[in-house]
Design a protein. Structure first.
Length: 194
């Protein structure tokens, strides 16, 4: 099985490790550049994107991450991870950097305060077997998307999942549902890239 790392700086790392394992992948935490160099794919978890950005810089991971993404590393980001994969944030906090790679602009906390958390069934192109239960927690949405990227799911008229080559991003958290189909899609992408 391919080795899929989970960026373990902040956020729901354990849930992604469990979901990847459930999808038949070998999952391991990544905190150091040497660990990043050893994986065939990477998940950037949900959490808080400014914190993940600052810790990635402090741990010397931001540039190595950008380099591996440029070199074609498959990466899946959920929620804060989606923000980390965006080429641009509409409303970044000061000093907030992204890894980038997906030709899109994201809006943080887009669904608003009174709706900080909700669930909705979302049809995701490329995920067979019916809609996935989308868990949205202070979720971003995709404000605009470039020609290189493809929206693969929408909710109330806003794109909430995107794919661009070996990069996958969802505004919601399939790692919290026990349904491993999105992680299985990503594991397939990692296998295809190897
Ligand atoms: N709103 C958070 C951020 O900006 C993301 C929330 C999440 O990952 N559940 O990073």
């Amino acid at each position: 099985a391919p080795a899929i790392g989970v960026l373990a700086l902040q956020g729901d790392v354990r849930e992604h490790v469990a979901a990847l394992t459930g999808a038949g992948a070998r999952a391991l935490p990544v905190r150091r550049p040497g660990e990043l160099a050893a994986v065939d794919g990477l998940v950037i978890p949900g959490g808080e994107s400014t914190t993940i950005s600052k810790l990635a810089t402090a741990f010397g991971l931001l540039e190595p991450l950008r380099e591996r993404v440029r070199a074609g590393l498959p990466v899946y980001g959920s929620c804060a991870g989606m923000i980390m994969l965006a080429d641009k944030i509409l409303d970044p906090r000061s000093g907030q950097e992204t890894v980038g790679g997906i030709d899109m602009i994201v809006r943080r906390n887009a669904f608003g305060r009174q709706n900080e958390s909700f669930e909705a069934a979302v049809e995701v192109a490329g995920v067979p077997g019916g809609p996935v239960q989308g868990v949205f927690i202070r979720a971003p949405w995709v404000e605009s998307i470039g020609a290189a990227a493809e929206s693969i799911a929408a909710y109330e008229g806003h794109s909430v999942a995107v794919r661009q080559g070996p990069l996958l991003a969802t505004a919601f958290h399939p790692e919290l549902t026990g349904d491993h189909r999105v992680h299985a899609l990503f594991a397939d992408m990692v296998r295809a890239a190897r």
